[in-house]
Design a protein around this ligand. Structure first.
Ligand code: THU
Length: 160
């Protein structure tokens, strides 16, 4: 028997001002699109902005439904939007931000498990890593270099 130790590198930025300029712009777009989230049930609004290798920016926000599981997270709305409209253009980076109605979200909000699985599919499809930057409404921003870092030991088409 042996033990494996899986570590993930995370870059921590103390504020949005520390981000590279084009990522700061991306996070500003995510913040802007967060306001358009449809979240009457959770009152938790999430915005995601993707930068494609063409420079195009695609946004998405969470869309809830009275039948709760029918709703979709911001990240998947954005990624599927890119997949539907720019299927051949790789995604370089994703910026994610979240805010709540009744408290200030100051911890970085990482994509949920289902969104990680969906983004993993896009990395595999485009055969290049996607940088992921995520934050709350205020506070630190975390960055990982690839979705793989957020979903080690993942399931993909190589098993099929
Ligand atoms: N949500 C996202 O949009 N992205 C995440 O990564 C976490 C959760 C949404 C889903 C739901 O509309 C609300 O936040 C509360 O879970």
């Amino acid at each position: 028997m042996k033990h494996k130790d899986i570590r993930i590198p995370v870059v921590v930025y103390d504020s949005i001002d520390e981000l590279p300029e084009e990522i700061r712009e991306l996070m500003e777009k995510a913040k802007h699109t967060r306001k358009n989230a449809y979240a009457p049930y959770s009152k938790f609004k999430v915005g995601a902005a993707l930068r494609l290798s063409s420079g195009e920016i695609i946004t998405g926000n969470n869309q809830e439904n009275a039948a709760y599981p029918s709703g979709l997270c911001a990240e998947r709305v954005a990624v599927y939007n890119a997949g539907a409209n720019f299927p051949k253009v790789p995604i370089q980076a994703i910026a994610i931000t979240a805010g709540a109605e009744n408290h200030t979200v100051s911890k970085p909000v990482a994509p949920c498990g289902a969104c990680r699985q969906s983004i993993a599919e896009y990395e595999q499809r485009q055969n290049s890593p996607i940088e992921i930057y995520f934050m709350g409404e205020v506070g630190q921003i975390y960055k990982v270099n690839s979705l793989k870092d957020l979903l080690p030991l993942s399931f993909d088409s190589s098993y099929l």
